[in-house]
Design a protein around this ligand. Structure first.
Ligand code: 5GP
Length: 200
């Protein structure tokens, strides 16, 4: 299910850059992984990050894993379209050149980034299609967030407060996709991306 925000349905003249953002634990990573698997025609940006790779993560595939110094240098050289400190820990950013190259080649391009990054992209590229991934309900988001219940009460409370703020950002987006089921949400997003570029 998707719903349009106050800005209305996506404008037909929008270009192919699509930004997917949403609250923590809503499943953005799973939705973009599903698109990566089923839609090779869609180019998904590989972010640079200062966080350490997790087991199974491959440099250049999941992220470009860089040092703090390398990240600083990328900022200095203005190589990042946007960047942010996420969860108060590592820095994450979108390398600008591959985005521009893929858009110039006519490929639909997708950024899966946090809300701070999404706001920067909207300011830099107002023609981008901004998609908010929402949970089916607040109860379900809480379930996904607190999940295994390994965090203590203060951490749980902190996450819930953040999630409330993040959910309130929905109104800033062009369209909302509700993530009830990962593959369905992924297909809905692809349909929006294709629709946004097929009309001029
Ligand atoms: P993780 O460390 O779990 O892979 O990602 C943590 C968060 O960083 C996710 O919410 C993801 O959307 C966000 N993120 C990943 N890449 C970027 C990026 O290039 N820019 C921004 N602003 N956020 C990103």
């Amino acid at each position: 299910m998707s719903r349009s925000g106050p800005a209305g349905a996506p404008d037909a003249r929008r270009t192919r850059l699509t930004v997917l953002a949403g609250p923590t634990a809503v499943g953005k990573g799973s939705v973009s992984a599903d698109i990566r698997l089923h839609h090779p025609e869609i180019w998904i940006s590989v972010s640079a990050t200062t966080r350490a790779p997790r087991p199974g993560e491959v440099n250049g595939v999941h992220y470009w894993f860089v040092s703090e110094e390398e990240f600083d240098a990328m900022i200095q050289r203005d190589e990042l379209l946007e960047w942010a400190v996420v969860h108060g820990a590592a820095r994450y950013g979108t390398p600008r050149a591959p985005v521009e190259e893929n858009l110039a080649a006519g490929r639909p391009a997708l950024l899966e980034i946090d809300l701070q990054g999404a706001r920067q992209v909207r300011a830099a590229m107002p023609e981008a299609l901004m998609v908010f991934l929402a949970p089916p309900s607040w109860k379900e988001l809480v379930r996904r967030l607190v999940g295994r219940g390994t965090e203590g009460e203060p951490e749980r409370e902190r996450r819930l407060v953040t999630a409330r703020l993040e959910l309130a950002a929905e109104a800033e987006f062009d369209v909302t996709v509700v993530n009830t089921e990962i593959h369905e949400a992924a297909e809905e997003l692809v349909a929006l991306m294709v629709g946004a570029q097929s009309v001029d």
